[in-house]
Structures are given as C-alpha cells and as structure tokens.
Design a protein around this ligand. Structure first.
Ligand code: MG
Length: 415
C-alpha cells in the first residue's frame, strides 16, 4: 500500500526528473532481500597454540575468499580431530546461518559427548569463527549481530598469578598490575604442594592450610588500592567443610567473589556453600551450554556466573546463558584465558549483554606475546578493551608472532 502511494505521488510530482521505472527499481532494491551475501563454506582448518594451556584456533573458509577466525580452549586436547569431524557438516553450507549450523553439529553429536567437554569446546571455536565470518560478510561488528552494544569498552580483571607474600618478586609484580591500570584482580589460593597438606588425595584443608590461604588474601587486599576489586579462586578442588570455612573466613575482605569453592558436579553442595556465607560465590568455567547453567540458577547456587565463551558453546550460547542469568538478577563475569583473538570475541558478547560484570585476562606472564599476537597490537588500555567497529571480531592474527607459540609438530591451518 505504502509503495503504491509513493509511486503514485512520485509519478505526479516528478515529471521528467526521475522516471517512474527508475524510482520503482530503487524502491524495489531498498525493500529487497537480494543484498544478503551468498556464501558457501569450502574448508575448515585448525592450528594449535600453547600459551595459557592449549588453545585451538579455527578458520572457516568460503567460496568468496572471506575467512572467519575463532578460538577454543581448555577442553581442546582432541579438538583438532573433532573439528575435522565437523567439516563434513559445514562444507557446502551457508555460513550466515550460524545458529542452525551450531545446532546441526550439536544434535549430530548427542551420542558422541555433545552435552559438554571437548565436543562443545571444539564447537565453540567453530561457532566463533562463523560469527567473525558473518560480520565480515555483512560489513558489521559481531556485537551488532548479537543485539547491539550496551557499552563501548569492557572492564577486565587481571588474573595476577602473583600472590605469594614470601616471594621477593611479588611486590614488583603487583606494582606492574597497578601500572597497567586494572580495576580488579584475581588470585589463586589452592595449592596441591602445600607442605601442611597431610593427604595427597583428600582435599580437606588443615588449619595451617586455611591460615595460609587467608594470609594470601589478606596480603593481596592490603597491597591493592581499596577501590580495586579482589576475587579469589579455589579451582574446584576442596570439599564442603573446607569451602564453608573459607567462605566464612574471607567475609571480612568483601571479595568480588570466591570462585569454585567446591567441584562443579554437585550443584546442591555449591548451594549449601552459597547459603552459608555472605561471600559472593562464582561458578561456571567448568559448565557447558545453557543446560549446564540452568540448575545453578534454579537452585540459587551462585551469585555470579562465569561461562567460558571459548568452551561453553561460543558467543550466542553465552548470550543465552547471560539472558537466563539476567532473569535471576545474576551478573556474568566470563572466564577467559585465550589470545587477543578469543578475548576480543568475548568482548563482543560482553558488550551486548545487560548483566556483564567483568572479563578475565590471564596473560601477565606472556605480555610480549599478548602485545604482538594480533596486527592491532595491544588491545588493552588501562584495564579496559574498547570494542572495535570493524567488521567481524575486528582483530587479525599476526601469524609470525602467533607461531612463536605453535605446538611443535602440529599443522598450521593446513588443508
Ligand atoms: Mg577458575
């Protein structure tokens, strides 16, 4: 109706200046879907890097020369083989149907472990590469495809790997974290080699171990500016009585969170810990897909969720997890140990979700590699990452630098 009116008005008013046929064609092209790029996936290749553990880089190639780049981590020891297995489900397909391809691969694997672990981590790398590709094909930054951005820059916390009060280098490293401008820091307190651990299998902490852990937190809290938030990670190793004691002991420090005080499998036990303490409890780096987070939310077992974008299912799956969390007024602080490529991918989701809290950064001991890893240089400025408006993820791997960390003997995006 609108078009007919427009053509009628135009036909009456624009005598000679613009032909009716030309205007009609212009209107047609504006309302037509024909500008959607037509692409086909031609190949999927991987490369392996060892930085913070093993990182699997995935590239998806197309018949138009566009290439998407994704990254997966942690549960990726067999990731290259899994991605090679996904290849037949991807080649010849339209890469812009990202969620359909994700669902196709996931449902094809329900008898092959697609509920979590390595299968989902490998799929996460593919999914992120597809979003990078979709952004490049459409000329839009990835955050735009995830709903648009709520913020222009992403707040990071520094996983310090520096918390031993007795290490003479510790103060120097803390000063470096301060100079880099971070507004939040995380330390690890679990220690398998603690000499006061009387049993090498059981993880009930002795009084001496509890005191050591509390002393670390106290030292770090006193070393940092009071405006800098502090989080503490127990790496899911300890048992229920230890978790409850630690959560209570640490209440005095007003932590940003206490992370994985017990292993990830039993959500009821995590809920016991959470309901026993004022210390906020954070969990999620060992959970997969929306299904892994549902029970945690339903049982009110955590104050903060930390999905690992490169492991839990990728960008859209993280957006869906964050949206579920938002209905429980639970903030999201993604776990992140990957290169600047994967970190920037995480930033696009963090930009798009309302309940983003803070994003992990874990490259303190590898600063030089971090700064060289992408052609854009160091993407961090004073503890924040600005979201680029370039198409796709907005960063490109610097191959020469990245190959310094290549796992020896592994293929480098070989056909
Ligand atoms: Mg952790």
């Amino acid at each position: 109706m609108k078009r007919r009116m427009l053509l009628s008005v135009a036909g009456g008013a624009l005598t000679g200046a613009v032909s009716l046929r030309g205007l009609s064609a212009a209107v047609q092209s504006v309302s037509s879907q024909s500008r959607r790029p037509k692409l086909k996936i031609t190949d999927v290749r991987t490369a392996q890097i060892r930085a913070h553990g093993l990182q699997l880089h995935v590239r998806v190639y197309t018949d138009q020369g566009l290439v998407g780049h994704g990254e997966a981590t942690d549960a990726v020891v067999g990731g290259a083989s899994l991605v090679a297995g996904f290849r037949r489900l991807l080649i010849g397909q339209d890469p812009l149907n990202v969620d359909a391809l994700f669902e196709r691969i996931r449902t094809m694997g329900i008898f092959a472990g697609a509920q979590g672990g390595q299968y989902v981590a490998a799929l996460s790398g593919v999914e992120i590469a597809l979003w990078d590709l979709a952004g490049k094909a459409l000329g839009l930054p990835v955050y735009q495809l995830l709903g648009g951005k709520m913020r222009d820059r992403i707040r990071l916390y520094c996983d310090s790997q520096t918390e031993d009060p007795d290490d003479p280098l510790t103060r120097q490293r803390i000063q470096q974290i301060k100079d880099l401008g971070f507004t939040a820091v995380k330390i690890d307190v679990d220690d398998a080699a603690d000499p006061m651990r009387w049993d090498k299998v059981n993880w009930t902490a002795s009084n001496a171990e509890i005191n050591r852990m509390v002393r670390k937190v106290e030292f770090m809290r006193q070393s940092l500016d009071s405006r800098v938030d502090l989080a503490v990670d127990m790496h899911g190793r300890y048992d229920l009585p230890t978790a409850k004691r630690m959560a209570a002991e640490l209440e005095q420090f007003k932590l940003l969170w206490l992370e994985e005080p017990v292993p990830a499998e039993n959500v009821d036990v995590l809920a016991d810990v959470r309901h026993s303490t004022k210390t906020p409890i954070c969990v999620g780096e060992n959970l997969f897909l929306r299904h892994g987070f549902r029970e945690v939310l339903e049982k009110r077992a955590a104050d903060i969720l930390m999905p690992d974008v490169q492991k839990c299912g990728g960008l859209l799956e993280t957006r869906k997890i964050a949206d579920m969390a938002h209905t429980y007024y639970v903030p999201v602080a993604p776990h992140c140990v990957v290169s600047p490529v994967g970190t920037m991918a995480s930033c696009h989701v963090c930009a798009a979700i309302p309940n983003f809290l803070v994003l992990e950064w874990h490259w303190m001991p590898r600063l030089e590699l971090w700064r060289d890893f992408v052609k854009e240089g160091d993407i961090i400025e004073k503890g924040f990452i600005a979201i680029p408006d370039r198409p796709g993820l907005g960063v490109e791997m610097n191959e020469e630098a990245a190959r310094r960390a290549q796992v020896p003997g592994t293929p480098w995006f070989a056909p």
